[in-house]
Design a protein around this ligand. Structure first.
Ligand SMILES: C[S@@+](CC[C@H](N)C(=O)[O-])C[C@H]1O[C@@H](n2cnc3c(N)ncnc32)[C@H](O)[C@@H]1O
Length: 379
């Protein structure tokens, strides 16, 4: 069957690689999404295993329309009794880019009417709309082409369940995993996040190194409410994936100068791994250093959250890295837009453009060499 995994800007190729690894076929990279083919088993596996997918949908019907009302008529041709019954609730989320529709809610309304009217005609009863529904329907209209899909994920896949509480500005779990995969961390070199906040990078890194499926512990997916749901198949897949977890010791460490964040981070780690598996310290970045070759990755705060001037803060980070992180690869994820080009004073050996909730961001790699700080000033 045809499937579509949605993702965040810049993570499409990483997601395609992940899909290939779990056995997806006919991979088709699109804008913030990757199309692929696979069985029901692959669909379940993809929801549990893909680190960089935010949602996986299964297209049901694709058709062309000549006007708005066509959507109602063509959606009537779908046999909705195969998907819903009058006791089930549903919701529709639409993404529309078409001159046929002036109001963003109108396409959803037409599709809802079509589903409800079909049930009424057949049974005199109708399924209800609900904010927390059994069945989530995805409607995508691009010019005159409509695609109706079923959402197989339910809650978006970044909701891994390990975040019991959050610090200010935690990074999205899917983005954090994508950044680690983009950085090509070898899963052996000690991993260190010196501004770890709620610990997202640390937990995602540990999961990657252990081959721990990010949504292994999730009980409910969209597909668990589908008529064709096979609970036995799901538990077989989970058992197989559990057996593939690698039980090796990996050095993953973090620190933060905010005591509350350190506590939150420990709580989050504790909800998924052993308490001591990731070491966390409450120290300031400007007092931290690495005593052996490490892979360093962090996203410093920006904007109003900083008590000192932003440019100065980033310059100080650069200076501290030059003197205390020699011999390490350091990856920094930070905001980057036309007004704010945050300068760290080091020349990146790699730059990757990403977005964080619509904000332009950069993932920069700095290789901190020993020796004099020569012409590495970048301004
Ligand atoms: C943008 S948040 C990082 C979010 C984190 N990646 C997460 O997923 O929760 C920045 C973090 O840097 C910490 N921080 C700010 N200045 C620091 C400093 N000088 N030393 C150590 N940590 C610092 C803040 O307390 C905050 O937790």
């Amino acid at each position: 069957m045809l499937l579509l995994a949605k993702t965040l800007y810049g993570l499409e190729h990483v997601l395609a690689y992940e899909i290939e690894k779990i056995g997806g076929k006919k991979i088709d990279i699109r804008n913030r999404a990757v199309g692929f083919e696979g069985s029901l088993e692959l669909l379940y596996t993809a929801n549990i295993m893909l680190r960089t997918a935010t949602q996986i949908i299964m297209p049901l019907r694709k058709f062309k329309i000549n006007n708005a009302k066509d959507l109602y008529k063509k959606a009537m041709q779908v046999d909705w009794s195969k998907i819903l019954n009058v006791k089930k609730t549903f919701s529709i989320k639409s993404t529309v880019n078409s001159t046929f529709f002036n109001h963003s809610n109108y396409p959803s309304l037409l599709l809802k009417d079509s589903i409800v009217d079909q049930f009424r005609k057949r049974t005199n009863q109708r399924p209800s709309i609900d904010k927390n529904p059994d069945i989530k329907i995805d409607l995508h209209i691009e010019k005159n082409v409509c695609t109706i899909s079923l959402d197989s994920s339910g809650d978006l896949l970044y909701k891994r369940g390990y975040r019991k509480s959050v610090s200010i500005a935690p990074i999205n779990e899917v983005l954090a995993a994508g950044i680690i995969l983009l950085s090509n961390w070898d899963k052996k070199t000690p991993f260190f996040d010196p501004m770890c906040g709620s610990g997202t990078f640390l937990i995602e890194a540990m999961m990657i190194a252990k081959n721990f499926p990010p949504n292994l512990n999730r009980k409910h997916f969209g597909f668990t409410k589908w008529k064709n749901f096979r609970p036995k198949l799901l538990s077989q897949i989970k058992n197989r994936l559990r057996q593939q977890i690698i039980e090796k010791k990996i050095d993953v460490r973090g620190s933060d100068n905010n005591q509350k964040n350190v506590r939150i981070c420990r709580e989050n780690i504790n909800s998924i791994f052993d308490y001591n598996s990731i070491k966390i310290k409450n120290i300031d970045f400007f007092e931290s250093k690495t005593d052996r070759k490490s892979f360093v990755l962090f996203n410093p705060p920006y904007g109003e959250r900083l008590r000192i001037e932003e440019d100065l803060f980033y310059e100080q980070i650069g200076n501290h890295l030059k003197h205390n992180f020699v011999g390490n690869d350091v990856w920094i994820f930070s905001q980057n837009n036309e007004e704010k080009k945050l300068k760290i004073g080091l020349k990146p050996s790699k730059r990757i453009m990403l977005k964080n909730g619509g904000i332009d961001c950069l993932l920069n790699k700095y290789e901190i060499f020993s020796g004099k700080i020569k012409k590495d000033l970048f301004r």
